[in-house]
Write a protein that binds this ligand. Structure first.
Ligand code: NAP
Length: 251
């Protein structure tokens, strides 16, 4: 079978950087009439490479993305970026409107508080830093906004991230370089070993081992709320995104 696109193929831009983006690229390999280009921001040194075509790095704002959509004859966009990648999502929405390209958001459902949870919801990472009351903090909000905690000299931090954080950062901090998936047993061991008083996380959704562990140990959680999503159609699963693309490809 030819690897070249055939006339009528739907060229799909997958904005990735998430497990779902990668799974969607894999699922599309078997989809008749669909060819994908996955896009990564280029933040991690050793990204897991998705199936299909790949490009890496920013587009150069909304204008750059519009030019890319036109040059690559993109017929549909799936924004599968992390729910906290707010700028990329806003740019994708604006560019899709300007270029007249259908856009789908693929977003995991957020987490819901259960019996036994002790959550405090806050609107931003900065607000999470302000909400701390001292003690030993397990920080899982990613390395990019770690500077928000730099002024909290009254806290000790265990900061987990895929890549090493850069200054400014808290003075009293141990960095744990790791990439999921994580197990409840592993998360429980971390909470106990480091005598964690509070967990700080974004409401990313998906695997919730750290939340189960916090509930089990009675550790309170500061939960950073999601930024608002643009007014585009949205699905919660890769399967639903495949269905949406199947319909687009048949049009
Ligand atoms: P962001 O603040 O929304 O985006 C900043 C800029 O990075 C964008 O304006 C764009 O540059 C570029 N960019 C972001 N995602 C891109 C993509 N998939 N392909 C090409 N360019 C991209 O994003 P972020 O929060 O820094 O996240 C960067 C990437 O890491 C995202 O792809 C996201 O899925 C992933 N990620 C983010 C988080 C998080 O908590 N924020 C967590 C896990 C994974 P131009 O304006 O030049 O186009």
């Amino acid at each position: 079978m030819s690897a070249e696109p055939t006339r009528g193929d739907l060229r799909v831009l997958i904005l990735g950087g998430t497990t779902e983006g990668r799974l969607l690229a894999t699922a599309c390999r078997g989809l008749a009439g669909v060819r994908t280009i996955s896009s990564l921001a280029g933040r991690t040194d050793n990204p897991i490479i998705p199936a299909g075509e790949l490009r890496i790095g920013g587009f150069g704002g909304v204008a750059g993305l519009v030019a890319f959509l036109e040059a690559e004859k993109i017929g549909a966009i799936v924004d599968a970026t992390h729910v906290f990648a707010r700028t990329m999502t806003e740019h994708a929405y604006a560019a899709a409107q300007q270029a007249g390209v259908p856009l789908l958001l693929l977003r995991r459902p957020g987490w819901t508080e259960r019996a036994g949870d002790r959550w405090q919801r806050v609107p931003s990472v900065t607000a999470a830093a302000e909400a701390l009351t001292g003690g030993r903090v397990f920080l899982t909000t990613g390395r990019q906004e770690i500077g928000a905690f730099a002024g909290r000299g009254d806290c000790w931090f265990l900061a987990r991230s895929v890549e090493p954080p850069q200054p400014p950062m808290p003075a009293r901090m141990e960095v744990l370089l790791d990439r999921g998936p994580f197990t409840v047993e592993g998360e429980l061991a971390l909470l106990r070993e480091h005598r964690i008083d509070v967990l700080v996380t974004k409401d990313s959704g998906g695997a919730d081992a750290k939340l189960v562990a916090a509930r089990t140990e009675g550790v309170p959680v500061i939960m950073v709320d999601r930024p608002p999503a643009p007014a585009a159609p949205s699905v919660p699963t890769v399967d639903a995104a495949v269905t949406w693309l199947t319909v687009r490809a048949a049009e």
